[in-house]
Ligand binder design. Structure first.
Ligand code: WT7
Length: 633
């Protein structure tokens, strides 16, 4: 496999001279990118330096306690991420700075200063306390992209409760499973939200989930639209009415740095989503440091991470890291191409956004609409761009660089996962870029590409991406399931964390991520387990067996395609195809809707009865099938 190493984009002089990372290096007498990576091989030193940039109630006794595969960072420290994200700004000029410029899909704009955000967080924290939510209790948050979403998260964290945000595009069934696993006491939702001009009934979804969630004592409902909803007396309360009763002062609880901040469910290779556990101290250090040094956040920046807070990208880079840095962020509620394909560029121009962070899927969508939509707007405020969620194809990279970044803005292709909490492989703004490569591991991070025996793969050859050292914002475990944590990430090769990604390292040490190497798809930058789609389908009365594979899609990266055998007496039909697509959509959410469904009399299986998805995939892509000696049928 060869790489286009000749296509190198050197960092602009302004970043070499004035970026946050250059200043940091200068203060320590570090003279270049390579030397920085070399010095940070002492990763405990590096992360302790990063941790010193945050405010601790009590400093740590020990930077790291590593009992493979369980890590503790900043051991013995007392900390709360909300003290860093809000409280400490009340003593500086950041108090009156705008934290969020929020735009709704219909077009209202709200500007929330740090002080306003802090006061509303305090009120909601007091409201939660009044409902009996205490330290360690779980709260499920099922909200769209409205200011109440970060406020609800911060309110939980402030009092030491654990939030579990469920993406508002998930179905009531997906919501129910996540509430049950978390055993949440309170659910926070909205009556409805807008998506492409249509109201989405979040409260109705929540009510449907609630029939099987005995742990939930109260539901707090944000009045987002005029839509009427049924409120169950004694259980349901309106956010505005609850908040109005409370004081806007609330103490932030000092927590152990290892106290759980949140769980976030993500797909794995089984049908059951995993509750990824992140903690206050280490997560704060990893996210704040990476945002500050990768995206070079300065006081005057207007940062736009155009993700949804329902995913890890939004947790880390719309909520916690920007707030800890006292940054101003854009938060937009709706679809990027609504009502016209230049909705984003309108916002970007009006607010003079300086840093834009989005996904290859979004970039490819804009490419398809054509460059004329961005060309109508003045995007010259931009100075830095970012990409996340999937490998970016060089063609999309170059389009983004030219038509959005005006051939002037370096692109930070950040590789990471829900589990890693923060970017792990990514350029800094002083790194020479190669389109399509996330470049090198960040300082303090050790990534390798290994072959199937766990030994380093030869340069230029494909293998599996693994992590060799712990890092502060790593997941601590899977909620209520430490065995699955060990099994899933640490059992394949001793001492190596399995990312699940295929990758290649080139002769310059640059890493090229190639997509998932396991039974997980990456649909429009979102993770989806093939087993989840299959188990949704076999729950349909007509379906006997189902096999899901990912097939490439021009815009979305991968999309699910399924093969189905029907129960005796059932007939394949176009109507059934439509019904099954809709079924998956309501069982999981619209992102899981299969692109294609094919009926088969039989599915190919191994002698032990496992469906050979690999074979189906090879057939679907018209590729060589490879070794099928274990095939039964
Ligand atoms: C998977 C993690 C991290 C936030 C969004 C997704 C893929 C992520 C990149 C990138 C190539 C990427 C990987 C990873 N991925 N960023 N820059 N280049 N692949 O979070 O749902 O936890 O998915 O997304 O396959 O394992 P997630």
């Amino acid at each position: 496999m060869t790489t286009a190493t000749e296509e190198l984009y050197q960092p602009p002089k302004v970043f070499l001279e004035q970026s946050n990372i250059s200043n940091w290096m200068r203060q320590r007498g570090i003279t270049g990118y390579d030397q920085l990576l070399e010095r940070a091989r002492n990763y405990e030193w590096y992360w302790a330096e990063m941790a010193k940039e945050l405010a601790w109630f009590k400093p740590w006794d020990k930077t790291l306690e590593w009992k493979l595969p369980f890590s503790k960072w900043f051991v013995g420290a007392q900390f709360n991420i909300v003290h860093n994200a809000l409280d400490r700004h009340m003593k500086t000029s950041t108090k009156n700075k705008v934290a969020y410029i929020w735009e709704s899909e219909p077009g209202e704009v709200e500007r929330w200063t740090y002080e306003q955000l802090w006061r509303e967080t305090n009120r909601m924290a007091n409201a939660l306390k009044r409902l009996g939510v205490a330290k360690g209790d779980r709260v499920t948050i099922y909200l769209p992209m409205i200011p109440q979403l970060p406020i609800a998260m911060l309110a939980c964290a402030k009092i030491g409760a654990v939030h579990s945000v469920v993406f508002s595009g998930f179905s009531s069934l997906a919501l129910k499973d996540r509430i049950i696993d978390a055993e949440s006491k309170v659910v926070i939702t909205a009556n409805a939200t807008f998506r492409r001009g249509k109201a989405v009934a979040l409260k109705a979804n929540t009510d449907a989930a609630m029939t099987e969630c005995p742990s939930v004592k109260n539901v707090i409902v944000v009045r987002r639209t005029q839509d009427a909803v049924t409120m169950q007396p004694g259980r349901d309360l309106w956010w505005d009415e609850a908040a109005k009763k409370e004081s806007d002062q609330c103490d932030t609880v000092a927590l152990d740095s290892e106290a759980i901040l949140f769980t976030l469910y993500t797909s794995g290779t089984t049908g059951k989503p995993k509750g990824i556990v992140h903690v206050h101290g280490g997560y704060a250090v990893g996210t704040a440091a990476t945002l500050k040094y990768v995206f070079d956040i300065k006081d005057k920046d207007i940062f736009w991470c155009a993700a949804d807070i329902g995913w890890i990208t939004g947790h880390s880079y719309i909520v916690y890291a920007p707030l800890m840095l006292g940054a101003t962020s854009i938060m937009y509620e709706g679809a990027p191409d609504w009502p016209e394909p230049d909705r984003w560029w309108k916002i970007l121009e009006r607010e003079k956004v300086t840093i834009l962070y989005t996904s290859p899927t979004a970039i490819r969508m804009h490419m398809k609409y054509g460059q004329q939509w961005a060309a109508k707007h003045n995007l010259s405020s931009l100075r830095l761009l970012g990409s996340v969620g999937e490998p970016i194809n060089p063609e999309a990279w170059r389009w983004y660089y030219e038509h959005i970044g005006g051939n002037r803005c370096p692109i930070m292709d950040t590789w990471w996962q829900t589990e890693t909490g923060c970017f792990l492989v990514s350029p800094l703004p002083i790194t020479p870029l190669k389109p399509g490569s996330a470049t090198k591991p960040l300082p303090g991070i050790d990534v390798d590409v290994v072959d199937s025996s766990g030994k380093p793969a030869p340069i230029g050859e494909g293998g599996f991406a693994v992590l060799k050292n712990p890092w502060p914002s790593m997941l601590r475990t899977i909620y209520k399931d430490p065995e699955r944590y060990k099994q899933n990430y640490w059992s394949r090769w001793p001492g190596l964390y399995l990312t699940g990604d295929a990758a290649m390292k080139d002769e310059d040490g640059y890493i090229w991520f190639r997509g998932r190497a396991d039974e997980v798809l990456n649909v429009a930058g979102h993770r989806l387990g093939t087993a989840e789609v299959e188990s949704a389908l076999v729950a349909h009365p007509a379906v006997a067996e189902a096999a899901c594979i990912g097939v490439p899609h021009e815009v979305k990266g991968d999309v699910p395609k399924v093969y189905i055998t029907l129960k005796i007496g059932q007939q394949p039909s176009e109507a059934l195809v439509e019904e099954l697509k809709k079924w998956v959509s309501t069982q999981i959410g619209p992102i899981a809707r299969p692109e294609a469904i094919e009926f088969r009399d039989k599915l190919p299986k191994t002698r032990s009865g496992k469906i050979m998805r690999r074979l189906l995939k090879a057939q679907a892509l018209g590729k060589e099938v490879g070794d099928i000696s274990t095939l039964e049928d």
